[in-house]
Design a protein around this ligand. Structure first.
Ligand code: PHE
Length: 344
């Protein structure tokens, strides 16, 4: 093969290579193409072997053409790879966040229905001068029973199915121990409410082992059941937004005398409609236990029962929440199903 033939062929290979990598878009493909030409067994290297047929005087000229073609192939590869990198960078940029778009809204939580009712009821009582008092959820037998005129062995202790931790320490089964804690730490007049969680060994559609009560206590020189009635009228008229009536029915709690159950007029049928599922046609709904503080309780806290009288009540907050929203199973309040809770 003549020197000129060889030069033509090498030049041709350079042009073919340029055309071959032009459409390639992947780094690996480009490198493979490079190897097919410049690799040990590549087409350029194969052609180089023809050099031995070229007369010695011509070799330098031919060799420089080989070098030019090889470096043009290497340059073309480098340029092609740079170009790929630019394309990648550009598409990365196109993917970046558009900060002018509105953000995705996170789910907004809200207060649990019982907490809403708790806050609302505290607000309603504070309008008529009641202050919030607190006590521990784990309390002593003395505060939960003894000082409330239920000595050990008293049959009324069975009214609350209490969780005992030791013989003298319990999960409070009602908020009434806060009455005792308040009276042992302050002198009359006393005017408090004590909302709080209580525990009982109880579990059915209207009872949960943990629930929420709101205790109330008012002690002063001249206090009667009529005042208690006024307090309840204020509560239910504000809470239900209707002019509902209140009635007392005689009942028994060891720490009050007399003891009553407080009923409110049925807010759903108003009149005792026989078809009403809420009041079952009676027209009344029981909402609280209450009564005049028993002198025996005053004796436990060193209050002068000759000088002071007082009333107390304890009501379930779940119950009035369920009544207001027509919820028929207390479990709904504690299962944590957001589809239910979201409604409130
Ligand atoms: N502590 C009583 C209960 O849980 C309710 C109550 C409180 C009754 C205050 C009368 C006075 O059942």
């Amino acid at each position: 093969m003549s020197a000129d033939d060889l030069i033509r062929q090498v030049d041709n290979l350079g042009r073919v290579f340029a055309a071959e990598i032009e459409p390639l878009a992947g780094e690996q493909e480009i490198r493979n193409a490079q190897a097919r030409y410049l690799g040990k067994k590549g087409t350029v290297s194969q052609l180089m072997k023809q050099m031995r047929h070229v007369p010695a005087a011509q070799r330098k000229r031919v060799g420089s053409v080989f070098n030019r073609v090889k470096s043009s192939i290497a340059d073309a590869v480098a340029a092609k790879l740079r170009q790929l990198e630019e394309v990648d960078k550009a598409s990365d940029l196109a993917r970046t966040i558009d900060v002018t778009l509105p953000g995705r809204q996170g789910a907004i939580g809200r207060l649990h229905l019982v907490t809403q009712v708790w806050n609302e009821v505290v607000e309603i009582f504070s309008e008529i001068g009641f202050e919030v008092a607190e006590g521990p959820q784990i309390d002593t037998d003395f505060h939960c029973f003894e000082a409330l005129a239920m000595p050990k062995g008293h049959p009324a202790r069975d009214m609350q199915d209490t969780f005992y931790i030791t013989d003298d320490v319990v999960l409070r089964p009602h908020t009434s121990p806060v009455q005792i804690r308040t009276m042992t730490s302050q002198t009359p007049p006393v005017k408090i409410i004590a909302p709080g969680v209580v525990y009982r060994r109880d579990d059915d559609p209207t009872h949960s082992p943990m629930f929420t009560q709101l205790e109330g206590l008012l002690v002063d020189e001249v206090v009667g059941l009529s005042d208690l009635k006024g307090v309840f009228l204020h509560l239910i008229r504000r809470f239900y937004g209707k002019s509902l009536e209140v009635r007392f029915r005689p009942s028994y709690f060891p720490f009050v005398e007399p003891g009553v159950e407080v009923d409110m007029q049925c807010a759903f049928c108003m009149s005792g409609n026989p078809a009403c599922r809420v009041c079952k046609g009676t027209g009344w709904i029981e909402i609280s236990g209450a009564g005049m503080v028993d002198p025996d309780v005053f004796a436990h806290v060193d209050y002068d029962a000759e000088k002071f009288t007082g009333f107390a009540w304890g009501m379930g907050l779940e119950r009035i929440a369920m009544l207001r929203h027509n919820v028929n199973d207390i479990k709904h309040l504690y299962e944590g199903d957001v589809r239910f809770l979201r409604q409130f």
